[in-house]
Write a protein that binds this ligand. Structure first.
Ligand SMILES: [Zn+2]
Ligand SMILES: [Zn+2]
Length: 500
């Protein structure tokens, strides 16, 4: 899809004088800056990689993270090429600095987040159900009874939830027999927001160990699943226990008959000597409770993630991405390229029709042309804006700079461009996490790993992805499974932008 030289000349003729004006970098200023010196090293490495990519005549873009050997600190850098256009960029702000700033901000849940998300803790009622009780001791091994461990963990969970401000009720807080019907009736009458039953497991094999969470797809399927995933993830994280599985189970009475999202946690195997030993200690029970509480709290108060897709639309990949987002009822943001919108107008229309945010990336992804001057940038932007308006009817205010707001191609003009664009009422978004999906031969597992590790546990994540990349579309479903603690939202003019 590379443009011919003749086409470039004809389209950009009007700006040729400005383009070929000699570039005056403020070299002294940059040289004094140690960040720049490191950035230069990155740029050289990236350039080498770009040359390698182009030599192989492959189409790819690179977004790389670099662990600097000099400082041990982490930077976001972009590198290499998309459709043979280099995406080299300079050193970003330290990720840890951005993370620290973001932790200061309060999470705000938009109005459309219905249901359980964002519900005030003091208005939220959680019913905990310690399994078994009285004559029904549950599974028992070497004098350790399930009913006792269940109650001890449930009481620890209750205490921690109450400390966070939640309302909590237990189906039993003593050693008492209850029928399954009584447990469900208790939760339903109390009009609980969620129901969590706590149990211990057993197996014929003494080797089996770890945590399982069960839920019923027929009962508030999506929400019960999200709750289960969160409890599983954080209980495993806080205890170091084996991550067994999340099970869809149709026949368990309590999780089927409750009128609210529900799950049943099997916190460990009493038939495993080592695990049984741990489960009887208050220290391990506290860790387990901590994990369950983190899961519950994130169910009501998830972190926010803005999925962003650059460089599209494309025919096949963007449609695959849209299919997956539709299936999961997730809204995202697409920073589109004007030329691609012209090529695939139906896909661009679909982005808008399905409720996603459309933003401008550029009309034509060529760094040298774009960043030659403020005027060249504005001309390209206006063209893309016009195309998007014509095709989709949307007059967007959101945009993303190709290569990010600061990169090696625009460092002498970026301030002026950003100033002018802001004065015109446009808002630009960089990113603070990335799949790094623009490198050549990216593997799906690597993209997923990159995305997960680059979030750094932040409360607000703007995730960079490219919907034109095959592997990104192919791994998206699995990728989204990794983030039960994040609520995916589209960018709007009201979102505080992440900017380098
Ligand atoms: Zn049980
Ligand atoms: Zn791009």
């Amino acid at each position: 899809m590379r443009k011919s030289g003749a086409y470039i000349t004809s389209v950009y003729m009007g700006y040729s004088r400005k383009y070929y004006r000699r570039k005056e970098y403020k070299r002294k200023e940059y040289k004094r800056n140690w960040l720049y010196r490191i950035g230069k090293r990155v740029a050289i490495l990236s350039l080498a990689a770009a040359v390698g990519v182009m030599a192989a005549d492959k189409i790819a873009t690179g977004v790389g993270q670099l662990q600097s050997a000099m400082t041990g600190k982490q930077f976001i850098t972009t590198s290499v090429s998309m459709t043979s256009l280099e995406e080299l960029s300079g050193t970003r702000r330290l990720l840890s600095d951005i993370a620290a700033e973001e932790e200061e901000k309060e999470l705000v849940y938009s109005d459309y987040l219905a249901g359980y998300v964002g519900k005030e803790r003091q208005d939220t009622l959680i019913v905990l159900d310690p399994g078994h009780g009285g004559e029904d001791e549950g599974c028992a091994q070497s004098g350790v009874e399930e009913k006792t461990i269940n109650l001890e963990i449930a009481l620890a969970v209750q205490h921690k939830l109450e400390q966070l401000g939640y309302q909590v009720l237990l189906t039993r807080d003593v050693d008492q027999a209850l029928t399954l019907e009584e447990r469900v009736e208790f939760a339903n009458k109390a009009n609980a927001d969620i129901y969590v039953s706590i149990h211990q497991n057993s197996s014929e094999s003494s080797k089996v160990e770890g945590i399982e969470v069960w839920y019923n797809r027929q009962n508030k399927g999506d929400e019960s699943e999200r709750l289960s995933k969160l409890i599983q993830k954080y209980a495993v994280q806080d205890t170091g226990a084996v991550n067994r599985e999340i099970l869809e189970e149709e026949n368990l009475y309590v999780i089927r008959e409750c009128a609210m999202p529900a799950c049943l946690v099997e916190t460990g195997f009493l038939t495993n000597v080592k695990e049984r030993g741990k489960l009887t200690t208050s220290e391990y029970q506290e860790q387990m409770a901590e994990g369950i509480v983190s899961g519950i709290d994130l169910f009501f108060h998830p972190k926010s993630m803005y999925l962003t897709f650059d460089d599209g639309p494309s025919e096949a990949n963007t449609n695959t991405v849209l299919d997956i987002l539709k299936e999961r009822n997730i809204k995202a943001t697409f920073f589109v390229v004007g030329e691609n919108v012209k090529k695939y107008p139906e896909v661009a229309k679909r982005i808008v029709e399905e409720g996603h945010t459309i933003g401008i990336h550029c009309n034509w992804h060529d760094y040298d042309m774009l960043y030659e001057s403020v005027d060249s940038y504005l001309a390209d932007f206006e063209e893309a804006l016009e195309t998007v308006k014509e095709v989709t009817g949307v007059e967007t205010k959101l945009f993303r700079f190709p290569g990010g707001s600061i990169n090696t191609h625009n460092k002498n003009v970026y301030e002026k461009i950003a100033e002018e664009m802001t004065a015109r009422g446009y808002i630009y978004f960089d990113w603070n996490a990335s799949l790094e999906d623009a490198v050549k031969d990216a593997k799906q597992e690597t993209l997923i790993q990159n995305a997960v590790s680059s979030t750094l546990g932040r409360k607000h994540v703007v995730m960079l992805a490219h919907d034109v990349v095959d592997e990104t579309a192919l791994c998206l479903d699995e990728l989204l499974d990794q983030f039960p603690e994040y609520w995916m939202q589209p960018l709007t003019e009201d979102v505080t932008p992440v900017q380098f």
